[in-house]
Design a protein around this ligand. Sequence first.
Ligand SMILES: *Cc1c(COP(=O)(O)O)cnc(C)c1O
Length: 399
Amino acid sequence: MKKRNIKFSEATELLYEGEKINGCDLTPESAPIFLTTAFTMGNLENVQNTYDEKGYTYVRTRNPNRNSLAEAISFLEKGKYSLIFSSGMGAITTTYFSVLKPGDHFIANENIYGETFDAINLLLVNYGVSVDYVDFTNLEAVKSAIKPNTKMIYTEVASNPTDRLSDIEELGKIAHANGAMLMVDNTFTTPIAIKPMTLGADIVINSLTKFINGHSDALAGSITVNDKEIFDKIHTIRMLTGTSGCPFSAWTVYRGIHTMDLRVRKQMKNAALLAKSLEDHPAVLKVNHPSLDSNPQAELAKKLFKNKETMTGMLSFEMPDDRQKINEFMDRLSLAHYAPTLGGIRTTLSHPLHSSHHHVPKEDLDKMGISYGLMRISVGIEDIEDLISDFNYALEVFQ
Ligand SMILES: *Cc1c(COP(=O)(O)O)cnc(C)c1O
């Protein structure tokens, strides 16, 4: 981009973020893929300089495609440094092992992504970190869970599958008053809706596999931080655990990110409109989306997000607990279809009790508001009239 002393909008500037590749004089209109495991070097002076200047050496350490993507993510999240990983889970677990040590205490929202929950229980706990799960809609409960050795508070902005919101700013204050860090998973909300770093988060993770790539064809994750020391630690552990993202996936996500503003805004707006339409449907018992006036956290939603059309593309709704009717409902849908992912351009369904929450005991499910009739929707970029009519037609089975 030609530099003028003018600030363009985020959507415009995003198209140019990360386009300059260190050491490359060519200016291709679209980014090339660096499918190479290494960069050649000259004599020992050159070798020494390359390492000293943290230049490109071996692919697990640095790669231009990951760098371009990291710059775009830092720009969107308004953070100083980002790193690209092989997956969202790679980003989460590598960060845990970089900043936590045995003896530390960790507080997690009780409503988090199923595999993050499993990673905490199967990996962190064995590593000697003690963990408490708390209902983050109750900030007093978070405060009382703090211990002198609490090192991290961990949450998602909107939890899976009921979109329960966390007050990022208040959680940041609680963490910092106690010398702990706040780590936030922004996957469901994306930096288009909210930038947790500007609200006090110390580490933001995104599964790039979802909305940010948007085309359901690549697996990748990112973390963003402002603290150089934390960045260096995570960079080292990423190199040692081998969770660095592959260049092809980084390139794919970098391609996807250029249409993100168009896609994600439409997905979020579609979600708000579909949520309203479902709420008005007589067969639907309940709809979970922060844009609804009936949402118990409507006030917090107003504080976290700019407007109702820019919150999240994820929603869930409750049908009567009738397996046969739910099957008929799914068979009648033409557009929305079952797929165990989210954030793609086509609307997909997921049934929490058959997937993310199948292992959760009944009384915990009740607390989380998850029933057999609950269906999660990841809203795509279809024409909203088509989507609403598709759902209305399928819901006729309950009449
Ligand atoms: C998908 C997801 C992850 C994990 O990301 P992968 O890229 O699948 O490893 C983490 N958090 C949330 C909220 C997710 O939806």
